[in-house]
Design a protein around this ligand. Structure first.
Ligand code: FAD
Ligand code: SF4
Length: 512
C-alpha cells in the first residue's frame, strides 16, 4: 500500500525529508489549495497568488521528476476546502497505509496531524524539517539552564556549528562576531532602491492571477503589478542579483527608511526562503563567498548572515520552545483596537502611511518599518496583541505563524515579557526622524511633543513609559528612560499625558 505524503504550502523543496522517503510511482504526494488555510486570516492577494503559483509550479516539477501527485486546486468543484475533509476524500479514493509528513512549520498543523494519529484516523509518521539549521532538540538543548535566551550567543554557536566566517582557529573573521557599529546608517541624501530583476509571467502564474483577482476581491492589498519569483529557478536569480548588486550596501542601509522606496538594499528573500524555494545554508554560503571574493565588505556580509543563521533560526527556536502557551501571552495587557488606518493607510502620520502603503502594494515592508514604525506605534499605543498579530500574519507574503508570532508578539510588542527582546523596541519620533526622510513630508513635527502639530510618537512614547513604569522598574535596560521620566517636573508630566490622551481621542475618532 502507498504512503500519502502531505506537502504544506511552505514545503516546496525537493530536498524535503518526506520527499526523500517517497517511493516514486507508488506513494502519492498531495498538495492542496484550501480556503481554510488561505482565509483563516485574510491573506494579502499577492501572498495567495505567490503561494498558489509556486505550489502549482512545484507540483509540475514533481510530476516531471516521476512523483505521483494529487493536487487539489482552489477552484476544483470537488475541493471541500478543509484539511480534515480533504484527507477523508483522499483516503476514500486511494488505499493508503500511512501519512508521511515533514514536520509542519506551524503548531496548529502539527497538532492536527498528531490528532489524526491519536484518534487512529490514520497513522502519521513525522520527519524532521532539515531545511532549518537548528533542530527543535538542539535549540532546546542550547536554551536549557540559560536565564536569558539572547540571540547573539545563539548566533555565535551557529557560526561555529556551520563554520561560517571563521578563521582556522575557530575565532570570528576580522576578530569580532558582530560588525553592527559599521552598519545601520541613516539614509544618504538622494539614496534610492537599485533596480530589481523581473520575471516573465508563466501561463500558470497568469491563470493564478485571474483566479485570485476573481475569488479574493475583498482581501487586502494590490495584486498587480506582480513581481515575485514563483519557481526555484527564478528565486535563485533573485538570490544572485542580491548577492552581486545589493549585498555590498545591505549593512549600511539596513535600518534606513526612504519615502517611496520600499526595498532599498534588502534581499526580499524571506518569501522564497519560508516557502522552501531557497534554503538558508545556500544563501549564507553565497554571502560568505562574496566576502572571500572581495565583492562585499565584511560588515555587510556578517550582518546579512546574522539575519538568517541567527535571527531566523532563533525566532523559530523560540516559537517551538514556548508554543502553545506562547500564543496566549499579553505581558503589557495591550487591548486597544487596531485602528482602521492599518488597512486604509489613511493617516496623517507620514511614516505610518508609507509603511502601510508599501505593505498594501508589495505585501512587503522591510524590517525596520515593521519594527520601528507599525510595530512601534502598536507597542506605544497599546494595540491589542491578537489584532496586531492577525494584521502582520495576513499582510506580508513571508508571514507564517512560526516567524510572525515571535517577531510581533515578542520582539515588537514585548508581549512575551522579554524573551525575545531584552527591552521594548519603543521609540519617539526622533528615531524615525534620524533613520528616514519621512518627517520632512509629514504634517507633524518630530521635534515637538506638545501642541496641534506635535509628532504623536513623542507623547505616546512617554505615556507608554508611564503606563508600564512599575513593570519596567525591574528592567535594567529601561533604567535611563525611567529616570529621565522621573526627573520631569510634575506639570510637564501632566501636560505630556494630556497630550497623549488627545492623540488617543483622535485615534478613536479615526483621524490621527
Ligand atoms: C513585527 C514583525 C513581524 C515580522 N514578521 C515576519 C514574518 O511573518 N515572516 C518573516 O519571514 N519575517 C518576519 N519579520 C522579520 C523581518 O522583518 C523579515 O524577515 C524581513 O523584513 C524580510 O525581508 P527581506 O527578505 O528583505 O529581509 P532582509 O532584511 O534582506 O534579511 C535577510 C533575511 O533574514 C531573515 N530575517 C531577518 N530578520 C529576521 C527576523 N527577525 N526573523 C526571522 N527572519 C529574519 C529573513 O529570512 C530575511 O529574508 C518580522 C519582523 C517584525 C518586526
Ligand atoms: S513626524 Fe512623527 S508621525 Fe510624522 S513621519 Fe515623523 S515620526 Fe512619523
Amino acid at each position: 500500500m502507498a504512503n500519502l505524503i502531505i506537502l504544506f504550502p511552505d514545503q516546496l523543496s525537493m530536498s524535503l525529508s518526506s520527499l526523500q522517503h517517497c517511493e516514486k510511482q507508488q506513494d502519492i504526494v498531495m498538495l492542496f489549495e484550501l480556503k481554510e488555510q488561505f482565509t483563516y486570516v485574510k491573506y494579502h492577494k499577492k501572498k495567495i497568488a505567490f503561494l498558489f503559483a509556486a505550489m502549482r509550479h512545484f507540483a509540475e516539477e514533481l510530476t516531471v521528476a516521476g512523483f505521483l501527485v494529487r493536487y487539489v486546486r482552489y477552484d476544483d468543484p470537488n475541493n471541500t476546502q478543509a484539511l480534515d475533509s480533504e484527507l477523508n476524500r483522499a483516503l476514500q479514493e486511494s488505499k493508503v497505509k500511512q501519512i508521511v509528513s515533514t514536520q509542519p512549520s506551524e503548531w496548529y498543523l502539527l497538532d492536527k496531524l498528531n490528532q489524526w494519529n491519536e484518534k487512529k484516523i490514520i497513522k502519521v509518521t513525522l520527519l524532521p524539517d532539515q531545511r532549518f539549521l537548528s533542530s527543535h532538540e538542539s535549540f532546546a538543548e542550547w536554551a536549557r539552564d540559560k536565564k536569558q535566551l539572547r540571540m547573539e550567543y545563539f548566533y555565535r554557536e551557529m557560526r561555529k556549528k556551520y563554520n561560517i566566517l571563521l578563521e582556522t582557529d575557530g575565532s570570528p573573521i576580522g576578530g569580532k562576531w558582530n560588525y553592527d557599529e559599521e552598519n545601520r546608517q541613516p539614509p544618504a541624501r538622494g539614496i534610492s532602491s537599485p533596480p530589481r530583476i523581473s520575471h516573465k509571467k508563466s501561463p500558470i502564474l497568469l491563470k493564478v492571477l485571474t483566479l485570485v483577482s476573481d475569488t479574493f476581491p475583498d482581501h487586502f492589498g494590490s495584486l498587480e503589478p506582480f513581481h515575485y519569483a514563483v519557481t526555484r529557478e527564478h528565486a535563485l536569480l533573485e538570490l544572485k542579483h542580491f548577492i552581486t548588486k545589493l549585498l555590498p550596501n545591505f549593512g549600511a542601509y539596513q535600518d534606513a527608511m526612504v519615502r517611496g522606496e520600499p526595498y532599498l538594499y534588502h534581499s526580499l528573500l524571506s518569501s522564497y526562503l519560508n516557502a522552501g524555494l531557497l534554503l538558508p545554508l545556500e544563501i549564507c554560503k553565497m554571502a560568505e563567498e562574496a566576502y572571500y571574493d572581495k565583492t562585499a565588505p565584511l560588515h555587510s556580509v556578517e550582518g546579512f548572515i546574522r539575519q538568517i543563521l541567527g535571527w531566523r533560526e532563533y525566532i523559530r527556536g523560540i516559537y517551538w520552545l514556548y508554543m502553545p502557551e506562547y500564543q496566549h501571552r499579553n505581558y503589557l495587557n495591550a487591548k486597544r483596537s487596531l485602528p482602521e488606518f492599518y488597512w486604509s493607510a489613511e493617516t496623517q502620520m507620514r511614516c505610518m502611511r508609507e509603511a502601510i502603503e508599501h505593505t498594501r502594494d508589495h505585501a512587503y515592508s522591510h524590517h525596520i518599518q515593521r519594527l520601528m514604525v507599525t510595530g512601534n506605534f502598536a507597542l506605544i499605543a497599546g494595540l491589542d496583541v491578537k489584532e496586531v498579530q492577525a494584521w502582520y500574519l495576513s499582510v506580508y507574503s513571508d508571514a507564517y505563524e512560526w516567524v510572525e508570532m515571535p517577531n510581533t508578539l515578542g520582539m515588537s510588542l514585548f508581549g512575551d515579557g522579554g524573551i525575545v527582546a531584552s527591552k521594548p523596541y519603543a521609540a519617539s519620533g526622533k528615531y524615525i526622524q534620524r533613520m528616514s526622510n519621512f518627517c520632512k513630508h509629514c504634517v507633524y513635527n518630530p521635534n515637538i511633543t506638545m501642541g496641534e502639530n506635535a509628532c504623536p510618537f513623542n507623547a505616546l512614547y512617554w505615556d507608554f513609559v508611564q503606563r508600564h513604569e512599575k513593570i519596567f522598574q525591574n528592567n535594567q535596560r529601561m533604567g535611563f528612560v525611567l529616570s529621565t521620566w522621573k526627573k520631569f517636573p510634575i506639570e510637564k508630566k501632566n501636560e505630556i499625558l494630556q497630550q497623549a490622551d488627545e492623540h488617543f481621542k483622535r485615534l478613536a475618532q479615526g483621524y490621527l
